[in-house]
Design a protein. Structure first.
Length: 320
């Protein structure tokens, strides 16, 4: 029997989807890709394959899961299987450099960024960037990993040559201009089937950990803005917006189409002058339960329904 196959490396992030698939009666199988084998002489099973591999897999001791996922996707695509978020999506998931180049190709503005390999090169990149405030981040990251805010080269130097320096898993550090928003929040736009399902306002006053997944928690990261207890009491960290119709949405949808990405969360921030910058694309996107319950909108239910339609369409076509 044809079914939905979920390619992933994190059960905590996957259970919310499988619960919805169970609710809808959609057959599925979970492929945890931290380890395994592929017989390249065999054909894959029939079905719809949904890739949820995460750039942050190494933080869960699944260091080579993305590389194995890429091998599995190459096998599936070679045999013409229906793949949601295939190899192109994975390449963007594990590399912010690839993300920015693909976004810029669609004329979507990203923060000025310089890549660096080597500790001294990080210092030189910050000097070349020539900004009063800047951040560093990992090229392959997730969950805000490696994001630090600096207001001087001296502070960066002290961090880079300290025992606390967080070495990127792929060796590439990004030095990026710091975009200061008029208010401490960013907007995350969620897409299923390449179309916007909703936009969520994310409070950044507590730091750079912006993952909406229920399993994620706020860690002790450097704060990008000042924070007040009043702000925390007045609004939740994640809040679905009633209306978000920025012209960038059309650009995002074209970007997703051009890169064969069907499911994604794209994050953007507005500066003091109203300029919008896009800085992250999440192709293994998660959703926040509390925010969704407030608006009666449920991303995983929408996603499960979408996968079910794909499976039904494939089943019908196989009989034609």
């Amino acid at each position: 029997m044809s079914k939905v196959y979920i390619l992933h490396e994190n059960e905590e992030w996957t259970v919310h989807l499988t619960d919805r698939l169970d609710q809808l009666g959609i057959p599925y199988e979970s492929w945890h890709l931290d380890y395994g084998t592929i017989d390249l002489s065999e054909e894959p099973p029939e079905g719809v394959f949904y890739n949820r591999m995460s750039a942050s897999s190494h933080t869960r001791n699944h260091r080579f899961a993305p590389e194995f996922a890429e091998a599995v996707l190459a096998w599936l695509e070679r045999h013409g299987r229906t793949v949601i978020n295939g190899s192109r999506a994975l390449r963007l998931e594990v590399s912010k450099v690839n993300q920015y180049m693909a976004l810029n190709q669609q004329e979507i503005q990203t923060p000025k960024t310089i890549t660096a390999v080597g500790r001294n090169q990080i210092i030189e990149a910050a000097k070349q960037l020539d900004r009063a405030s800047f951040i560093t981040k990992h090229n392959r990251a997730g969950k805000g990993q490696g994001v630090q805010l600096f207001h001087s080269i001296e502070a960066l130097h002290q961090y880079v040559y300290s025992e606390g320096f967080d070495e990127p898993v792929d060796g590439i550090t990004l030095v990026q201009e710091y975009i200061e928003a008029p208010e401490p929040y960013i907007v995350r736009c969620e897409f299923i089937g390449g179309k916007l399902i909703y936009a969520v306002r994310v409070d950044t006053s507590e730091g750079f950990e912006l993952c909406p997944a229920d399993a994620c928690t706020i860690e002790d990261l450097h704060c990008p803005t000042e924070d007040t207890p009043q702000q925390k009491e007045e609004q939740p960290k994640f809040r679905i917006l009633d209306y978000f119709d920025d012209p960038v949405i059309e650009q995002y949808e074209q970007f997703l189409l051009e890169n064969n990405i069907e499911v994604a969360g794209i994050e953007c921030i507005q500066d003091q002058n109203g300029n919008l910058y896009t800085y992250d694309v999440n192709t293994n996107t998660n959703y926040n339960k509390e925010a969704e319950e407030q608006k009666d909108k449920f991303g995983m239910l929408e996603l499960a329904t979408y996968l079910g339609r794909k499976l039904e369409k494939k089943s019908i076509s196989s009989y034609v």
